[in-house]
Write a new protein. Structure first.
Length: 82
């Protein structure tokens, strides 16, 4: 994956959950997620998609929604993985 396809820093979540939001782009679709250990493996969990990705910069509305989904995922499953 090239640097243009992957952004390892789309910002951090807030609200008691500190996760780095990341994104990768494939065929004009941007996938947002974060990395966490699942069953001992480093896993990228996709929490949101932007199928209308037209520019190099992510949409603020979609980024905020993805961050909210990371927080919801962590609050629901955060203690159960590893």
């Amino acid at each position: 994956m090239t640097d243009k396809q992957f952004n390892g820093n789309e910002g951090r979540t807030k609200g008691g959950v500190n996760r780095m939001l990341m994104a990768f782009k494939v065929h004009k679709i941007r996938c947002y997620g974060f990395v966490c250990p699942l069953e001992g493996r480093k896993t990228f969990v996709i929490v949101d998609l932007d199928p209308a990705k037209k520019t190099d910069k992510g949409k603020v509305r979609v980024l905020d929604r993805a961050k909210d989904r990371v927080i919801a995922f962590e609050k629901r499953y955060g203690e159960s993985y590893e």
